[in-house]
Each structure stands twice: as structure tokens, then as C-alpha cells.
Design a binder for this molecule. Structure first.
Ligand SMILES: Cc1ncc(C[n+]2csc(CCOP(=O)(O)OP(=O)(O)O)c2C)c(N)n1
Ligand code: SF4
Ligand SMILES: [Mg+2]
Length: 297
């Protein structure tokens, strides 16, 4: 033990520099061993730290599910823990009323694509300036493994015991087609590019969306022979293909592959800016003078 320090002081000194971003009173996390949610939580803390974002300038919004616990309660920032499927409308409301805030949504595939799917595609179309980090574990993890709109064909789940007969969404491609400003896909194996991508999303204006393929060993992995986190990470490593390489491959060669990287990055008018411009124009027209002359009396 270093001289002159008691046990508590030494423990404090040895703490990870990102520990300050965690809400200590709720630790340890409730995530199962090997769950990808912890990796995403860690990856998210890095760009927030790197960018030195003021704690008062971030609002995180989430829904219901294991991944929704990443921002709330574990990440120590203002959060809105909303109902299942509704983080996007809440986040849109925050951005409209508090445009200077960085508004981040972190939630699962069941939440954002299942029950909340319509909100998601319309927010992308409108190009609302919110940052959406989708934790896609291909299942309803928290409730024990029901079929999600991301579950691959043929997989047996608690609600498809004889195998899934539905095709899953290619969600990153869908959001890119819907009109988002920035779209990327990574996995929990690709932590460094994922951190960079999060940093890009946090700084680029407009609707920014990252699909993070993440493992749920308990409700999904054990059904597909990947009972541990490390087996899932190994699979991510082996089955991922960079988007630049994927363009050279045939559809047959891409079966079972995860295409990773940036799908889209474009400049586009942003929804809440347009809304404010219109509001200002209409009020000025009605009142006949600019905001500098407005008064409440
Ligand atoms: C309106 C409503 N319907 C259903 C539920 C039950 N429910 C809670 S979490 C969840 C699924 C969560 O799946 P996902 O968003 O993928 O998160 P994960 O647990 O996989 O991270 C469901 C269906 C609920 N809480 N509210
Ligand atoms: S059920 Fe799945 S997603 Fe939820 S904490 Fe456990 S491993 Fe993670
Ligand atoms: Mg899920």
C-alpha cells in the first residue's frame, strides 16, 4: 500500500478513470455474466469522457428492457426512463424544448424496433437531432426470450418454439433509407471503432443511429449454442465483414455475415431547427416585429 494513504484512499486512487460516470449506489449491475450491455455501457462512457461533455448538457432517454438500464440507472447523467417503445417521442420532445442539449437514446431491439418501430423510422425521416444507440441482441432479453423483429429466420424462441417463420429487419439499412444523417453498425467485439462511431454520432448534427449487435447469452445465446459472452464475441469476430469488403462479395457469400462500418453520413436540414424557424417566422408575421421587440406585456 502506498505510504501515507489508508485503504479507502488507495481504493479511490486505483479506481478506473471512467468510474465517475457510473451511479455507484446501484452497482453491481444486474446484467447477467457475459451480457453485452456492460460492454456498451463502457464504450459509451469513453466518447462522453473524450468529448468532455458537460453533465448538464446530456439528456439520456430510454425505454424498457435490459439494455435500457445502460443509461438508466447505470450511467450518471440526467435520464428519462420512459415506457416500453416510447423513448424516441420523449427524446424528440426534449430536443424541441431544449435544443442545446445532446439527447441520447440507448435501448433494445424489442423496444426501438418492435413496439417503438414506427417512432424510430419517422424520427429518422424527420432527421431529428437525437443520437440513437440500439443494442440489438436479436431477442426480448429481459422478459425471457420472446421473438423480436430482429430474430433470424428459423430460430426457436419462447414464442416460436418450432422455429421463427418471419424475416428479420435489416435495421441499419432501413434507418439509412428512411433518411438519417449518420448510420453505422458495429458489434460488441469491435469496441474501438464503436467508440469512435459513438463520438461521431455525438458530434454530427441530425438523426444519428448506431446498431450495436450485442450478445444476450441467457435469453438468446443458449438457444443457438452460444452460452457464454466469449463464444458470442468469437462469432462476431469471425462473421463480421467490413462494408467496403462486402460490396465485393456475392449475396451467397454474405449469408450469415454481419456487415460492419459506416453506412451513411450526410448533411441534411434538421427537424427541430426547421420547426423553430417556422415558429419564429409565424410569430414575427403575426406580431409584426422581431423577437428582440417581443415582450410579455
Ligand atoms: C407496453 C409494454 N409491453 C410489454 C412490456 C414487457 N416488456 C418489458 S421489456 C420487453 C422486451 C425488451 O426487449 P428489448 O427492448 O430488446 O430489450 P433487451 O431486454 O433485449 O435488452 C417487454 C416485451 C412492457 N414493459 N410494456
Ligand atoms: S437477459 Fe440477456 S440482455 Fe438481459 S441482462 Fe441477461 S444476458 Fe443481458
Ligand atoms: Mg433485445
Amino acid at each position: 500500500m502506498p505510504e501515507g494513504l489508508d485503504r479507502k484512499e488507495v481504493a479511490e486512487k486505483r479506481r478506473h478513470r471512467l468510474f465517475k460516470y457510473l451511479r455507484k449506489e446501484v452497482l453491481p449491475t444486474a446484467f447477467c455474466p457475459g451480457c453485452g450491455c456492460g460492454i456498451v455501457l463502457n464504450c459509451y462512457a469513453h466518447p462522453v469522457d473524450e468529448l468532455q461533455l458537460d453533465p448538464n448538457d446530456i439528456v439520456a432517454v430510454t425505454g424498457i428492457g435490459c439494455s435500457s438500464w445502460i443509461p438508466s440507472p447505470y450511467f450518471l447523467r440526467d435520464t428519462l426512463h420512459t415506457t416500453h417503445g416510447r423513448p424516441i417521442p420523449f427524446a424528440t420532445g426534449v430536443k424541441i424544448m431544449q435544443p442545446e442539449k445532446t439527447v441520447v437514446v440507448i435501448a433494445g431491439d424489442g423496444d426501438l424496433i418492435g413496439i417503438g418501430g414506427n417512432h424510430l423510422i419517422h424520427a429518422a425521416r424527420r432527421n431529428v437531432d437525437i443520437k440513437v444507440f440500439l443494442v440489438n441482441n436479436l431477442i426480448y432479453g429481459m422478459t425471457g426470450g420472446q421473438l423480436a423483429p430482429t430474430t433470424p429466420l428459423g430460430i426457436s424462441t419462447t414464442t416460436s418454439p418450432h422455429g421463427n417463420v418471419e424475416h428479420p429487419f435489416e435495421i441499419a439499412e432501413l434507418i439509412a433509407a428512411a433518411g438519417a444523417s449518420y448510420v453505422a453498425r458495429w458489434t460488441t467485439y469491435h469496441v474501438f471503432p464503436l467508440m469512435e462511431s459513438m463520438q461521431m454520432a455525438l458530434t454530427q448534427k441530425g438523426f444519428c443511429f448506431i446498431e450495436i449487435r450485442s450478445q444476450c447469452p441467457i435469453s438468446y445465446g443458449r438457444r443457438v449454442g452460444k452460452r457464454t459472452g466469449s463464444e458470442a464475441l468469437q462469432e462476431y469476430k469471425e462473421s463480421s465483414v467490413r462494408i467496403e469488403d462486402a460490396t465485393e462479395m456475392s449475396p451467397e457469400e454474405l449469408v450469415g455475415k454481419i456487415i460492419i462500418g459506416k453506412l451513411v453520413k450526410r448533411e441534411k436540414e434538421e427537424f427541430t431547427d426547421n420547426l423553430r424557424k417556422l415558429n419564429l417566422e409565424l410569430r414575427t408575421r403575426k406580431i409584426g416585429r422581431g423577437p428582440e421587440e417581443w415582450s410579455l406585456s
